[in-house]
Design a protein around this ligand. Structure first.
Ligand code: G3H
Ligand code: 13P
Ligand code: ZN
Length: 335
């Protein structure tokens, strides 16, 4: 058993309490490789933002679960070095399992030093979701590891689970779910979804520049949830904005992305003024990395040194994460 406390990681309890009071959200960025984790830490140190490093089970399979957890843990040491070099404060880092789907997976992550886990029972019937979530909470809390549960289903792809349609969270269930499971935070479904195609064009209007404007998130549902469980940390998954600039670069350099539509950043900013304390972003990083790599290859067809194309990709990620912390989630300066 490795305790996250011995590794300099923190759980999400204090992070969320501060975010709730301060009216901002802590960024939860997914990583699968070295360049992504370097970029997340560099951007969050520079902007002095707390951060949640997220590992999905797909990431564990792709990168090797042992290597990935050491990278997450090593991020604390890298952060300290970077902060010292720049004369800045160290920042709080949580290492979080994203979309854990079984008790065994959550237990294994807790035993290997994760400070926070998500048990996503949202695809199960309500009572089964409660039972599974409660089982994880009981185990996790023995080690002071925080747990995120989910109510309501997001459309899109989560690892191997594909949900064609979303089901909004039912506000009338949240008091019972939170009370009976003992979770520390709750992911809800109010219109966000995973991936780069969050809305169909026919659901959207077009602005003067021909950009698709999706329908508003269901802030009415968020409000009702907040009334039922005031002061309880809410999590938004599927919160990439799918920047048109990145999509254009990809498609101008051989890509074929179609109908890529995300959540407008103003809406995410608005969400942080509610009790939304954690915002999950993965796809935007994938898009900016792809854009930078495609552009680099188009302009340098003879290049074959990975550092030459992964370096610009990492730099594009740094800019994107800094922008999110500064202008969208308002987590900059809150470390
Ligand atoms: O929620 C999904 C995250 O973006 C993780 O994606 O399961 O493909 O690693 P992944
Ligand atoms: P995006 O696909 O919108 O980036 O969502 C990521 C996410 O929710 C990870 O859990
Ligand atoms: Zn998610």
């Amino acid at each position: 058993m490795v305790s996250y406390k011995d590794l300099g990681l923190v759980n999400t309890r204090d992070m969320f309490a501060k975010a709730m009071k301060g009216g901002y959200a802590v960024p939860a960025y997914n990583f699968n490789n070295m360049e992504q984790i370097q970029a997340i830490i560099a951007a969050c140190v520079e902007t002095q933002s707390p951060v949640i490093l997220q590992v999905s089970s797909g990431a564990r399979k792709y990168a090797n679960q042992t290597l990935l957890r050491y990278m997450g843990q090593g991020a604390v040491e890298m952060m300290k070095d970077m902060a010292k070099e720049k004369g800045l404060k160290p920042i709080p880092i949580a290492l979080h399992l994203d979309h854990g789907d079984t008790f065994e997976l959550c237990k294994s992550c807790i035993e290997s030093g994760f400070s926070s886990v998500m048990i996503d029972g949202s695809h199960h019937p309500y009572e089964k979701n409660i039972e599974l979530t409660k089982q994880v909470v009981e185990y996790a809390h023995k080690y002071d590891v925080t747990v995120e549960g989910e109510l309501g289903v997001l459309a899109g792809i989560e690892d191997d689970v594909v949900a064609a349609k979303s089901t909004y969270t039912k506000p009338e269930e949240v008091i019972d779910f939170v009370g009976r499971t003992g979770v520390d935070s709750l992911a809800i479904s109010i219109g966000t979804s995973h991936g780069a195609n969050k809305f169909k064009p026919e659901q959207c209007t077009k602005n003067a520049d021909g950009i698709y404007i999706p329908p508003e998130l269901r802030f009415d549902i968020l409000e009702q949830i907040q009334e039922k469980i005031p002061d309880f940390p809410i999590v938004l998954h599927g919160s990439s904005s799918v920047p048109i600039e990145a999509v254009k670069i990809i498609n101008a350099h051989g890509g074929a992305l179609k109908n890529s539509i995300g959540i407008p950043e103003e809406q995410l900013r608005k969400a942080t003024t509610y009790n939304v304390c954690k915002v999950n972003i993965d796809s935007d990083g994938r898009l900016w990395m792809t854009a930078a790599i495609r552009k680099h290859f188009a302009e340098n067809p003879a290049e074959f040194d990975p550092r030459k194309y992964l370096g610009p990709a990492r730099q594009a990620l740094i800019e994107m994460y800094k922008h999110k912390n500064l202008n969208v989630l308002a987590s900059a300066g809150k470390a």
